[in-house]
Design a protein around this ligand. Structure first.
Ligand code: CAA
Length: 283
């Protein structure tokens, strides 16, 4: 399957990063969101990232212009009618995603692949909202997208081998490393990462150590680039809670029970870095 044009849905942290790496790899990209200001905000993040590469003399001004020239803003979903691949990075809500994929199925050309960057929702269920479940697949990028090498590729129950192979190939073209996983709650990344973060929160909740001490143990003792509480703030505590709830519901095992302290912080609106306060405070 030949992929030339990609539509990225959602111009937030993940969507703008995905659009950036696609444009850098030479693909024509439509960066789509509900409102022009959301798309512009995403574009400004991309410009800032690329300008840093120019300042560090890793990229020329002409290359920057060329990459930006590959990205076209979009606020009309019907623009999906011109693309070969859609990568959806909208909010983590099954109802919204199902509705979106139903519309995309009607709008996108018959050959187009519909991928989701969901961090834990079942690809099989998203695919069931379409009439082309064999062309629906998970393409789970890690945050920050321009830096992290992994893309977890999730096969839904009906995903065709040809579609998997195309997405694996695209991932390599994006200069990322694809890893194949099957469709179970949390896939591999969040099935392992989130219980660790949740356990770190329990450790704080039970007064075993301070937040700084917990982070220091994991940073210096296990060589993690960030301690688990800092990482939770970075990911967003609402996202962490949502993923824990997905694991808890999906497996029905209490070992995935979200820590009450995590629930409390989310209820307080302490969502981490993006809201200015989580386990730590941000200026
Ligand atoms: N966007 C683009 N580039 C970024 C960036 C961002 N948001 N944040 C950092 N960078 C770049 C910096 O510009 C810098 O690049 P250069 O080396 O080219 O100058 C490089 O990354 C390193 O940054 P810093 O020196 O500022 O800081 P650092 O060495 O501490 O690295 C980090 C920052 C890469 C974020 C590192 O701390 C890290 O790897 N943290 C863990 C990240 C992680 O675990 N991500 C996965 C989260 S889970 C997930 O995404 C899945 C999910 O579903 C929840």
């Amino acid at each position: 399957m030949k992929i030339d044009k990609i539509m990225v849905i959602g111009a937030g942290q993940m969507g703008s990063g995905i659009a950036q790496v696609c444009a850098q790899a030479g693909f024509k990209v439509l960066l789509h969101d509900l409102k022009t200001e959301f798309v512009e905000k995403g574009l400004s993040v991309i410009k800032k990232n690329l300008a840093r590469q120019v300042a560090k003399e890793r990229m020329t001004e002409a290359e920057l212009e060329n990459i930006l020239g590959n990205i076209t803003p979009s606020t009309e979903l019907r623009n999906a009618g011109t693309v070969d691949l859609v990568i959806e990075a909208a909010v983590e809500n099954m109802e919204i995603k199902a509705e979106l994929f139903k519309e995309l199925d009607q709008l996108a050309p018959a050959h187009a692949i519909l991928a989701s960057n969901t961090s834990s929702l079942p690809i099989t269920e998203i695919a069931a909202a379409t009439t082309r479940p064999e062309k629906v697949i998970g393409m789970h990028f890690m945050n920050p997208v321009p830096v992290m090498k992994l893309v977890e590729i999730i096969r839904g129950l009906a995903t065709a081998d040809e579609v998997y192979n195309t997405i694996e190939d695209i991932t390599k073209k994006l200069n990322k490393v694809p890893v194949e996983v099957n469709d179970f709650p949390g896939f591999v990344s969040n099935r392992i990462l989130m219980p660790m973060i949740n356990e770190a929160i329990y450790t704080l909740y039970e007064g075993v150590a301070t937040k700084e001490a917990i982070d220091e143990v994991m940073k210096l003792g296990m060589n993690h680039p960030m301690g688990p509480l800092t990482l939770a703030d970075f990911i967003g505590l609402d996202t962490c809670l949502y993923i824990m709830e997905t694991l808890h519901e999906g497996f029905g095992d209490d070992k995935y029970r979200p820590c009450p302290l995590l629930r409390k912080y989310v209820k307080a609106g302490w969502l981490g870095k993006k809201s200015g306060r989580g386990f730590y405070e941000y200026a």
